[in-house]
Design a protein around this ligand. Structure first.
Ligand SMILES: Cc1cc2nc3c(=O)[nH]c(=O)nc-3n(C[C@H](O)[C@H](O)[C@H](O)COP(=O)(O)OP(=O)(O)OC[C@H]3O[C@@H](n4cnc5c(N)ncnc54)[C@H](O)[C@@H]3O)c2cc1C
Ligand code: SF4
Length: 593
């Protein structure tokens, strides 16, 4: 029999970005909040002090901070008729674990969406006509607009000390920023990071070709800053050990460097680590959650009663918990009925490698997780898609992450070089100082046959079915990447290089799960305007069980060219306001179905 704990007001599953935000907001409202985190406690000073933090073998190669895939993973297949197999080595995407979640070891690229991306279907139908959207493309509007979310984007950026330059302040275009962005109510909290030499070359080339480059917004603080919670953040020193690592300079925003120093001290907040939630418990009606069940560090089953259950466990885990708990109807790709698991999407990335003449010295070891130069001229619907015959686009940027010796010291692009020996060494030496990459982070639309479900065969260490991903690349995305790759080649050529080598997938190629491309998985518990088209409403509240809320990129109806965390955090703050100001006074659905 399960151990039964005393009831709390709120139980959260996971303590990453969304858990930290919701913990802060709901303890502030006077509620008792308990976070159940399956991983270890983590803090900067104890877990990643210098020089322990800068160990590439430990963190980037062996993935010390990531989920243990031998205990729990996902299975993957390309199509509905295929048999899925388990993902046992971190490759295409990296799953976080432990306090701070993936937010402890992310890069810090902190974008807002373009307004049209939140109204994807209606925008495209209005501009290009209904027939422009293919029948099997199941994209839809989020049900919340950029204007509604703007104050919450703004607050997230202040919490995270994001560095950058506004390009559109209250509708007025200002020099130095991104003129294509949605209107902002305020400047970025910290000034832009300094461009490395390679970024200044790319910036000039983008401008010469006629685009509108701007300093990429980065949750790597550029100057000392105190956030709205009173937490002090130090300036980034461009150490080059950012993504996959904790920031020993307290400069990269993470729950640890921005929220937890305050939240962990609150008497009405508790975190229990090594607590793996296995399901949300429902009452006899199935319409109300009574709490959750978890497995504790000793392997015991524990029942944790609560009035409110928040799934803050990351996109994949949220969807799996909904399916394991029987909340909402699972999606069926054959009939198109059901919603849980629907509209699973990813990102479709590529890049342009530019090799400058011999003697160029980029000093690539000076790097940050997110600082550099970006452009949005080919993102979302910022260009005419009519004659091109595809939907979507890409955010484009050159960010110098670092020049680390194992994974960031590549051989000469476009040349066939052995994996070891003097020829390999010579090629690395030649390429290291004079090669740069312009990254293309492409959107991916939602499709009828790309979805998430429970695997019928494989189980985790607790005997529960793994989550199964059914996904492959589609022609629409292939056309998008080809077009953008060709455009970016022009930027590379404008730099007067020795050569430009495109790294663009061929249309029709399949998802290569071995190669990292991003941890920007989306969908499966999508938001929308009715229970028929979505799992949650605009406040991330479950239509079926109104005292369950689901946070994170599982809510996105399709993927976008941008990194997700800006929208993830804005949606969390938007939801928190609705819980505090409406739900607590009158617990029940915040939107009538
Ligand atoms: C290497 C890397 C780089 C990235 N860079 C960027 C970037 O530059 N820009 C950007 O926008 N995004 C980036 N991301 C993505 C970003 O980290 C996520 O969008 C963000 O962390 C999501 O927040 P979350 O709260 O949904 O999940 P997380 O922050 O991952 O937190 C979820 C937590 O829930 C816990 N959990 C899961 N299941 C259970 C369970 N059953 N029981 C108890 N606990 C559970 C996990 O252990 C984890 O701690 C990156 C991700 C990675 C891995
Ligand atoms: S690059 Fe800057 S923000 Fe990133 S880990 Fe190093 S010091 Fe921190």
């Amino acid at each position: 029999m399960a151990i039964k704990k005393d009831k709390v007001d709120v139980v959260m599953v996971g303590l990453g970005w969304t858990g930290a935000i919701m913990g802060m907001e709901l303890t502030e409202a006077g509620l008792n909040v308990l976070a159940l985190e399956r991983g270890d406690m983590r803090d900067t000073n104890t877990d990643t002090p210098y020089p322990k933090a800068v160990d590439e073998l430990k963190y980037s190669v062996r993935g010390a901070l990531f989920q243990d895939l031998s205990r729990e993973t996902v299975t993957i297949r390309y199509g509905v008729a295929d048999v899925a197999v388990p993902y046992r080595q971190h490759g295409s995407f990296l799953l976080g674990d432990g306090v701070g979640g993936a937010g402890f070891h992310w890069n810090g690229m902190m974008y807002r969406n373009l307004p049209e991306e939140l109204e994807m279907r209606s925008h495209h139908e209005q501009k290009y006509g209904k027939k422009f959207i293919p029948e099997d493309m199941t994209i839809q509007d989020h049900g919340v607009t950029y204007k509604e979310l703007e104050p919450f984007y703004d607050f997230s950026e202040k919490v995270m000390a994001v560095s950058g330059k506004a390009g559109n302040l209250n509708g007025k275009i200002v020099a130095g920023g991104n003129p294509l962005e949605g209107a902002r109510s305020d400047e970025f909290p910290t000034k832009p990071l300094t461009y490395q030499y390679s970024a200044s070359l790319v910036e000039k080339a983008m401008r010469d070709v006629g685009y509108h480059p701007y300093p990429a917004p980065a949750a790597n603080a550029s100057e000392p800053y105190t956030n709205p919670y009173g937490v002090r953040i130090g300036p980034c020193n461009y150490c080059g050990f950012c993504e996959n690592y904790g920031c020993y300079m307290y400069s990269k925003a993470s729950p640890q460097t921005t929220i937890l120093p305050v939240l962990l001290k609150r008497k009405n907040f508790e975190v229990r680590t090594k607590a793996q939630v296995i399901k949300v418990n429902l009452d006899a009606s199935g319409k109300r959650a009574t709490g959750v069940t978890y497995i504790d560090a000793q392997g015991r089953e524990v029942e944790q009663p609560a009035d409110l259950v928040l799934l803050t466990a990351f996109q994949t885990h949220n969807v799996r918990l909904l399916l394991l708990s029987g909340i909402g109807k699972p999606y069926d790709p054959v009939t198109g009925e059901g919603v849980v698991g629907k509209n699973f999407a990813y990102q479709y990335n590529g890049g342009i490698n530019v090799v400058m003449p011999k003697g160029t010295q980029f000093n690539p070891f000076i790097g940050t997780g997110a600082g550099g130069v970006g452009m949005d001229d080919l993102n979302a619907d910022q260009f005419d898609h009519g004659p091109l015959g595809f939907i979507g686009g890409a955010s484009i940027r050159h960010v110098r992450y670092g020049g680390r010796p194992i994974k960031q010291a590549g051989t000469m692009p476009g040349e066939k070089v052995p994996n070891w020996g003097s020829e390999w060494k010579g090629s690395v030496q030649d390429a290291y100082q004079r090669t740069l990459t312009i990254g293309i982070s492409g959107s991916v639309m939602a499709y009828r046959d790309c979805y998430l479900s429970l695997d019928p065969t494989y189980k985790d260490a607790n005997g529960q079915p793994l989550l199964r991903m059914t996904l492959n690349w589609k022609e629409n995305e292939g056309k998008m990447l080809t077009h953008i790759g060709n455009e970016m080649e022009k930027v590379g050529q404008a730099m007067n290089p020795e050569k430009v080598v495109k790294a663009i997938r061929k249309t029709g190629s399949s998802w290569d799960t071995r190669v990292y491309q991003s941890t920007h998985l989306t969908g499966g518990a999508i938001m929308g305007t009715t229970p028929k088209n979505s799992v949650v409403n605009k406040y991330l509240q479950s239509w079926d069980v109104p005292n369950v809320f689901v946070y994170g990129a599982s809510a996105f109806p399709q993927n976008m060219g941008y990194n997700p965390t800006g929208l993830v955090t804005a949606l969390a703050y938007h939801s928190a306001k609705a819980i505090r100001e409406q739900y607590l006074k009158n617990p029940g659905p915040l939107v009538q179905a």
